[in-house]
Design a protein around this ligand. Sequence first.
Ligand code: ADP
Ligand code: MG
Length: 691
Amino acid sequence: MATSRRPDGVSLDNLQGAGTKTLSRLNKLGIFKLQDLLLHLPIRYEDRTRLTPLGALQPGQPALVEGGVAFTDVAGTSRRSLICRISDGTGFLDLRFFHFRPEQLRALSSLRRIRCFGEVRVGVHGLEMIHPQYEALPETAPAPLETGLTPVYPTTDGLSQQSLRRFVAQALRLAEPEHEKSFRLPPRLAPELDALSWWDAVRTLHRPMDDCPKALERARRRLAYEELLAHHLSLARFRQEIRRRSAPVLNTDEAIKTTFQSGLPFSLTGAQRRVIGEIESDLRSGRPMLRLLQGDVGSGKTIVAAHAALAAASSGWQTALMAPTELLAEQHFHTFSGWLESSGVTTTLLTGKIKGQGRREALAAIASGATALVIGTHALFQDAVEFHRLGLTIIDEQHRFGVHQRLALRDKAHPLAALPHQLVMTATPIPRTLAILGYADLDCSVLDELPPGRTPVVTRLIPSTRRGEIIDRIANWIARGRQAYWVCTLIDESEALQCEAAANTAASLAQTLPGLRIRLLHGRMSAAEKDGVMREFKAGESDILVATTVIEVGVDVPNAGLMIIENPERLGLAQLHQLRGRVGRGPGDAYCILLYQPPLSAIGRERLKILKDSSDGFAIAERDLRLRGPGEFLGVRQTGLARFRIADLTRDADLIETVSASAERVLEHHPELVAPLIDRWVGRGVHYAGA
Ligand code: ADP
Ligand code: MG
């Protein structure tokens, strides 16, 4: 078929010398079609275009050398190695192999001249190469050298560099006559970048003729740009598809709203009013809302969400609110039922821990429409959960979820019926660059004003060697009638270990501070236990809450104005900022002590200082992004953002504005390019495109 012969679509079956095993190894590298092979780019290059005389070798440098075999021998007793010495009249070099088979010894001994490539190091008798790549040479005739740099590819077990090079070379040969038929970017889309064609960029990177970093970087940037463009377009296309669908018209009943607001213990900030207005106008538009609400910890996003739920309920539609943890779901359940009950909105909690009869009742209420607002964790995704009329989904703390989870909840709606609206809330400030890229499908609202009466939190960096002092300070603090958090961090360890660490800390604090009411909160406790501990703490019936990072989101105890975070260097700044957001929520002074484990690396100290010097979540996130790269944000790993083949968000951040402008032009003037671009770059990664 003509179309399948385009390089864009050719399958790997056309590859010679690749059996089932090899194909599955290629798949492992994300290579499923010929084109993926073209986009599987080298991580570095080796220069095998020149021979270095043995006498001119420098330790630490890779080199291509050749020489006559002087002798081959096995040396050492405990750790045997095979040594083959070559010389060329200017000097000699030992090739050393630690793992070898008898055949290899025989084979090497029979050779007269060899050529090899490897890194030179200082050995026992002079310079040597460990496990060099080598080949036999004809005894007299000169052997041709490589004409271009040799690429080194990322690979996987069982797939050698040589095989990968052969496959890529084949792919280039197969694609060569076809590439003319492949689509081209329109001219002047991004003048500095698109002057180079896709094909030329690919070829340059696989077969650079010389080691010109400028040319290589230019080719890489050209591809990075196109890749980012493709990702951007896939989200934009998705957004367009959604916008074409209809959505329930959710009108806020003004009378209900007025009563609701008059029952609140505070009046709304200007920012809250503005954002509520933006959301209300989306909700009554008849088109699905796709809105991201960003607001620093404590900016008051919850009440904004409650207004959206109220709009849905007063129009006869259900709302699903998804929180990342059970604890937060439970908190929300209490808050929302407290706020909304008097407005006649019934609220149901649905988490993984609700089982048996309770669960059956909850599911029945959701399915019959008896409940207007369902609050839960990802248990809300389960197939058993059927909504009567789902009109709005709200996702809190979006950074904990990935794009796919966000979209899965929307799929709870009937495929042909109107789509539910979607409100996504996050306290993790998303740096602008990432927002453009990761949320091109969403409109954005920002709560940029904190409710009045917040105390700035004083942040101190204190080494754990001064732990004793800190404990004295807690005792004084509690004597003044205040409460404190002690947060134990163990990142990347199992939950069991985290809980154990927190339990140990609680026990040792109880020993040093007898008479104080110390309680423990961790993820392995049952919902009821956690709830009990939280209620007690909130009511002032305990003094110190020792917790794992489960308290990171949500919990609100105004009297607790002191937080000690152990080993803060293990956490991301955005997460630390969130934790710190638990204090400073009431009158009186507030402190956050970062009890770090010395010595801190220079960068570790710099990061913690950022936190000490700033209370602006956006500024913190921007700087952390620069220090660490984007990996930790917004569940990037799950969103597909981090799975770029070529683009590197730290290196290519400056391309993003260009990409977003190009995307608009492509959508408007060259819509026919959207599908092939997405297909070339995003392909299998984009499960959500058709969601
Ligand atoms: P976040 O944006 O971090 O989710 P919350 O919605 O939990 O913040 O709000 C933090 C605290 O501020 C809550 O106790 C909430 O009741 C309170 N709050 C929200 N809006 C206001 C306001 N306009 N005035 C005073 N307090 C408010
Ligand atoms: Mg919140």
